[in-house]
Design a protein around this ligand. Structure first.
Ligand SMILES: [Zn+2]
Length: 376
């Protein structure tokens, strides 16, 4: 094109180059502008426009009522459907949470529509006033939290627990200052949990120091506090050596309820969060192993201890691994029993059913959040 112009007009190379560059930058500027308009108009959204709620009211009721709200991690449509069906059937408020890894897996835009879809689906199932929170689990930077808030999350966690104390405070405060402008609630963490969960991992736990909680919550302005009292991430929370053998079952060391009670005394009525609280049900582990899996020494938190914790100021309990186990067990069983099946619906349907059963069990028998919607 440049050569043609030059030949036809005999113009300078200099002029030709400039007009090409001008055209290029003009197109670039227009496209860039269109992208920002798209981002502003379509992608940036407040959670209230999606029908979601933040955690403030539900935590207040949970602390006063002696129960806990389930926080179930999800990345697939089947998990989301199972969570919504379980919450509607039990009339429970629910927190649907995604980690950074899950957000990368599912795509941030799709997630926003899934959350909006979850609310519409709950209404379609007959729940007129669902209380669904879309929460970021283990946000590791201000930028990630801001991006989630801008894209419809109603609650975020900023996890600076691996940082020195003052840096953890500064980071949490920065997120709180931004989030509260949009009425988004913020969970922060003090103390370190052991275990591996997506991109979060720590070799050993450090219990929360009760003497720090007043200073930390006051200076950060956080809405809830995740603490470390002996729970941990993943399906292998303890080594067999850490456990005691009781009637052929490995029982892990108890949670540090003394630390929890001390924290409750320092912060009366303040919402406390427990991470890493899957129970790793042995029937699911056995099913996985029976049908070709190989899960060794998977040990979780006994449900009685979580039930006990739910009665305290612990008002949010995170459960991820149990859902993974329920899904995997059902899929392995189905495929082993029906080796000719290859339609994903054939094995994802029982997987969804099994997860729903597990979610209902947690809500009714462990956390006690059934029938606790503000309005039915
Ligand atoms: Zn966690």
């Amino acid at each position: 094109m440049q050569i043609n112009i030059k030949k036809r007009h005999g113009g300078s190379k200099f002029f030709t180059l400039h007009s090409s560059l001008f055209t290029f930058f003009r197109i670039f500027a227009v496209e860039n502008f269109k992208y920002h308009i798209y981002k502003f108009k379509i992608v940036m959204v407040n959670y209230k426009d999606l029908g979601l709620v933040n955690t403030r009211e539900m935590f207040k009721r949970a602390v006063a009522g002696g129960y806990a709200i389930p926080a179930f991690n999800f990345n697939t449509m089947e998990q989301m459907q199972a969570i919504v069906m379980a919450a509607v059937e039990t009339k429970s408020p629910v927190i649907m949470q995604v980690s950074k890894g899950a957000r990368n897996y599912a795509n941030a835009t799709i997630l926003r529509y899934m959350a909006e879809g979850a609310v519409a689906y709950a209404k379609e199932l007959g729940c007129e006033h669902p209380e669904i929170v879309l929460h970021l689990d283990h946000g590791d930077s201000f930028e990630l939290c801001k991006d989630c808030i801008d894209m419809g999350f109603s609650s975020v966690m900023i996890d600076g627990s691996h940082l020195p104390y003052e840096e953890n405070i500064a980071l949490a405060k920065k997120v709180v200052d931004y989030a509260h402008q949009f009425d988004v609630t913020v969970e922060a963490e003090l103390g370190v949990l052991a275990g591996v969960e997506d991109e979060v991992s720590a070799a050993e736990s450090h219990y929360t120091k009760p003497e720090e909680v007043i200073d930390f919550s006051t200076r950060t302005g956080c809405d809830s506090l995740a603490i470390s009292i002996g729970t941990s991430h993943g399906a292998h929370k303890f080594t067999p050596e850490q456990c005691t053998l009781v009637n052929g079952v490995l029982v892990p060391p108890p949670l540090a309820f003394d630390i929890l009670h001390e924290i409750e005394k320092k912060l009366p009525g303040f919402p406390i969060v427990l991470h890493g609280s899957s129970s790793v049900p042995m029937d699911e582990v056995n099913t996985i192993n029976q049908f070709g899996g190989h899960l060794e020494a998977a040990i979780g938190i006994p449900e009685e201890q979580l039930r006990e914790a739910s009665k305290s100021a612990v008002c949010k309990i995170n459960i991820d691994s149990d859902s993974r186990l329920a899904m995997t067990a059902a899929i392995r069983k189905h495929l082993a029993e029906h080796p000719g099946d290859f339609d994903p619906r054939q094995y994802l349907k029982p997987a969804r059913e099994n997860m729903k059963k597990m979610y209902i069990h947690k809500i009714v028998n462990v956390l006690g959040s059934d029938g606790k919607l503000g309005q039915c």
